[in-house]
Design a protein around this ligand. Structure first.
Ligand SMILES: [Mn+2]
Length: 322
């Protein structure tokens, strides 16, 4: 056995059977599709904690998802937040399976709350996605919650997320978007105002995924501009990572909720995911937006499994000082 494997943290898998925040409910079946595609075998010694489950609620058409959706979304998100916080309190690495990306509010808030409870600065975020998910109720063109959750996580007031993000806000200057290419005009202004860094697929191709992964880790890890990093032993601070399958090109990963052309190739994504997964201070992994009803031959579910394995692989525990 190689040295690093001896020090791997336990991985705890938490499924989120939630499709309330997306365009179609199919993403609720994402966790089951990933397990059927061999997730637990790929992760090796992971513990499967099962799913948090959203009840089916009829969504109001238009730019407001409606009170029933928001109430159920809050309930299931608080369930998920508690589960992720419990995993972090055990010193394990949460691997959260979506579900639509609205579940990211719970995952990322749990990471922020756990850090604060331990007297640490909240980790940075690497968000690998075709979208920046930074709309508010005022700017959203669709009313879909999965397009707003990072605005809430960064401290903007988005009422359906108020209770979920309480105590778990994250620093937007340590949030890095990778693969974003479908950003609404007002959303783009929000992201610019917040100060998040965006790496588009074009920039990733021009500079290479290795250089982008290293730079993204440095920014999210807090070494950029002298922020944090004083206890990092040269590695940078802690980072959580969220991977939306729609960051990949739809020709590669057809089984998603929102198809956006011009996405990453699997080769590009694999390089990014491997380098990010090898960072010693990854504290939470999330893989979302697998929509089995749109998939072709389980192709997307299998890529989601490989992505989760790359992000969780060869993980070493954080140093005792942090
Ligand atoms: Mn997306």
């Amino acid at each position: 056995m190689e040295q690093g494997a001896l020090h791997r943290r336990t991985i705890e898998v938490i499924g989120a059977r939630v499709g309330l925040g997306g365009r179609c409910p199919g993403t609720a079946d994402g966790p089951a599709a990933m397990r059927a595609a061999g997730l637990l075998e790929a992760l090796g010694d992971a513990r499967d904690l099962g799913d948090v489950v959203a009840r089916e609620v009829v969504r109001t058409p238009g730019r407001d998802p409606g009170a029933a959706v928001c109430a159920e979304f809050e309930r299931v998100s608080l369930d998920l937040r508690h589960a992720v916080e419990d995993t972090l309190a055990r010193g394990a690495l949460p691997c959260v399976l979506g579900g639509d990306h609205s579940i990211g509010a719970a995952t990322q808030a749990a990471v922020g709350r756990a850090a604060r409870a331990a007297g640490r600065e909240p980790p940075g975020i690497i968000w690998i996605d075709a979208h920046t998910d930074a709309n508010t109720m005022e700017t959203t063109p669709s009313g879909n919650l999965h397009g707003m959750m990072l605005a809430a996580v960064h401290g903007l007031d988005v009422p359906p997320f108020r209770r979920i993000v309480e105590g778990g806000l994250r620093d937007p200057l340590r949030t890095v978007y990778v693969g974003a290419r479908d950003i609404d005009p007002e959303e783009r202004e929000i992201v610019a105002r917040l100060g998040c860094r965006i790496y588009t697929p074009d920039e990733i191709r021009a500079r290479g995924p290795e250089a982008v992964a290293r730079e993204a880790l440095a920014i999210a890890g807090g070494r950029d501009g002298g922020r944090a990093g004083e206890d990092d032993g040269g590695q940078g601070g802690a980072v959580s990572v969220s991977f939306d399958l729609d960051s990949l090109d739809p020709s590669v990963a057809p089984g998603v909720d929102c198809h956006v052309e011009g996405g990453l190739s699997w080769t590009e994504a694999e390089t990014l995911l491997r380098l990010i997964g090898h960072h010693p201070r990854i504290v939470a992994v999330e893989v979302v937006e697998v929509n089995p009803s749109a998939d072709i031959g389980h192709r997307t579910a299998h890529l989601a499994v490989r992505a989760a394995a790359l992000l969780c692989a060869r993980h070493v525990p954080p140093s005792a000082r942090h």
